[in-house]
Ligand binder design. Structure first.
Ligand code: PBG
Length: 324
């Protein structure tokens, strides 16, 4: 039946009516807050390209984690910036490393907060690639062992979940086996399954000091035009034992979030990455758009597309606003 019998505007007339028919509601429970952990004490070093985000030493991360927890956000994800980088990224599995210490401190001081760790070598290698470089190539199979060691080291420090972001083939299975052999059969894996070689990671590489020193990541991260391949990557990670799969970035890939939710019916995360953060922040700081509304609209659209969890640098402040 058409106009004038049908008038969709009838249900938009007041905020109360709009509340009643609202289909998607963003909640603090949907969010995951990323942190960058750096060496030192009392360090809070702002990241130029991400106003409002800083590298923080363990003590500062614990403070921030407390705020995240009281805002009602259930989890954080940690990235480490080590004191020393080397060709093999050996600091990634140093039990006294920044991430490992941060896990222990957060679990002790903010026990209700889930701690997820990013498992990747790019922050730890001097060449900045996500794996072991052999004759100018990121060697897939040689990278599986160091990644597994890193994941195990995070598990031993008390992480609640590990999240491999390197995009090597077979890494979810390798990490699962290592965790199981060492008694961590209950530790879930959140796999960065459909992770694209994206320009939107630019600000993160300043934050994590992880820009590749030669070449780029296109031989291991996905080619942005490929949607079917993203579904294949997700299927492979699930077959290897992933408990949660991820699409990353979020905003330019909403179609794939939607497809993934409908094809797999498994817990799905989406990463609202650094570039997505920076462009909204920059436009907001310039007065070019209403940042609070724009951020809410973006995060809600990611949820509407099908994401069950959203990793976002806005997580804590948005959760605070949601709680009023
Ligand atoms: C590490 C990693 C990256 C991000 C998360 N894990 C960067 C990259 O692949 O270069 C990006 C996160 C962001 O941009 O917010 N492999």
């Amino acid at each position: 039946m058409a106009f004038p019998i049908n008038r969709p505007r009838r249900l938009r007339r007041t905020e109360t009516l709009r509340r009643m028919i609202r289909e998607t509601r963003l909640a603090p429970d949907d969010l995951i807050q990323p942190f960058f952990v750096c060496p030192g004490r009392g360090v809070k070093r702002p990241i130029n390209s991400m106003p409002g985000v800083a590298q923080m030493s363990v003590d500062q991360v614990v403070r921030a984690a407390r705020e995240t927890h009281s805002a009602g956000v259930p989890a954080v994800i940690l990235f480490g910036i080590p004191q020393h980088k080397d060709p093999h990224g050996t600091q990634a599995w140093n039990d006294q490393g920044e991430v490992q210490r941060a896990i222990r401190e957060i679990k002790e001081q903010v026990p209700g907060l889930a701690v997820i760790t990013d498992v990747c070598l790019c922050e730890y290698t001097d060449h900045g690639h996500c794996g072991v470089v052999l004759s100018n190539d990121v060697d897939n199979d040689a990278t599986l062992e160091p990644l597994s060691r890193e994941a195990l080291s995070h598990a031993r420090a008390g992480a609640d979940m590990v999240a491999p972001s390197d995009m090597m083939d077979g890494r979810v299975g390798a990490i699962r086996r290592t965790l199981d052999e060492n008694g961590f059969i209950h530790l879930p894996i959140m796999a960065y399954s459909a992770k694209f070689a994206s320009a939107f990671y630019g600000p993160f590489r300043e934050a994590a000091e992880s820009a590749p020193q030669f070449g780029d990541r296109r031989s291991y991260q996905m080619d942005p035009p490929n949607g079917d391949e993203a579904m294949r990557e997700i299927a492979l990670d699930l077959a290897e034992g992933a408990d949660i799969v991820m699409v990353k970035p979020a905003l330019p890939y909403l179609d794939l979030i939607y497809r993934a939710k409908h094809e797999f019916h498994v817990p799905l995360a989406a990463y609202n990455v650094s570039g997505e953060y920076s462009m909204l922040r920059a436009a907001g700081l310039n007065g070019w758009l209403d940042e609070e509304r724009a951020v809410m609209e973006v995060l809600t659209s990611i949820k509407r597309a099908g994401a069950d969890m959203i990793l976002s640098y806005f997580a804590t402040e948005v959760a605070n606003r949601l709680r009023g």
